[in-house]
Design a protein around this ligand. Structure first.
Ligand code: ADP
Ligand code: MG
Length: 230
């Protein structure tokens, strides 16, 4: 199954997997991802949103839009059908405005999961060392402070656990001043599964689970992107 998703993308001349494809691959390896469906039109979006249950999130699915927020193509916490219609039209307008020639495959409708600490797990391939896995806290921690840590793959449970403790923002995970600790085991589990995915699919040259939202119990990948070697 993973091979099918990857070979289809390559046969379509793409060196990357779109969010729904990347999430299918993650789900295959047991990585928890948000429930989702791909709507080809507004009527489908309405049907899928009520099947998944409000609140939902809408995002564009386009091979020409990899950073969806940058073009106003992610709308979260949509509470009812009226808001859904508005969000759908807004995203379509935003994409047409910023990327007039973007090919639009559809709209991903997914469950809106509660806010909590966001972390990032990434993989990149170094010509010398091979695949390396990165862990960091999301948002400003990674973008501004570069508070991240790396290991060469494959990794063990113990190494993944060490990585969490290496970032300066670790107290946010561990819990501080009476804040409940978040689920470190859930992140370690995702990292081990990522390690396995890369071992079995070495043609993946880059993977971004950005962000993974972490709770006191469990964690969920809300955005995933995979780049393939060509
Ligand atoms: P981008 O392509 O811009 O990285 P994302 O899919 O990561 O788009 O969405 C942008 C932000 O919206 C995420 O960082 C996250 O904070 C929030 N978000 C996205 N999907 C969900 C979801 N299903 N539930 C809750 N929040 C979400
Ligand atoms: Mg993202």
């Amino acid at each position: 199954m993973p091979k099918d998703i990857i070979s289809r993308a390559l046969s379509e001349g793409r060196n990357f997997l779109l969010e729904p494809e990347a999430k299918l691959l993650c789900a295959y390896y047991g990585i928890p991802v948000t429930k989702f469906k791909i709507a080809r039109n507004l009527d489908e979006a309405k049907r899928f949103a009520s099947e998944i249950g409000y609140p939902v999130v809408l995002k564009i699915v386009s091979p020409d839009v990899l950073h969806k927020t940058d073009v106003g193509a992610v709308i979260v916490n949509i509470k009812n059908e009226e808001e859904l219609v508005r969000a759908y039209n807004t995203i379509m307008e935003n994409v047409k405005k910023h990327k007039p020639n973007a090919r639009i495959i559809g709209m991903i409708v997914q469950e809106f999961v509660p806010q909590s600490l966001e972390v990032i797990v990434g993989v990149s391939k170094d010509p010398q060392f091979g695949h390396a896995i990165m862990f960091g806290l999301g948002g400003i921690f990674v973008e501004v402070l570069k508070d991240v840590t790396f290991r060469i793959l494959p990794i063990t449970d113990k190494e993944a656990r060490e990585m969490l403790r290496e970032v300066k923002g670790y107290p946010l995970l561990k819990g501080y001043r009476g804040r409940e600790p978040l689920d470190e085991d859930a992140i370690v589990d995702i990292m081990i599964k990522v390690s396995k995915m890369i071992e079995e699919n070495p043609m993946i040259s880059q993977l971004d689970l950005n962000p993974i939202i972490v709770y006191t119990k469990g964690a969920k990948v809300v955005d995933a992107r995979i780049i393939l070697e060509t």
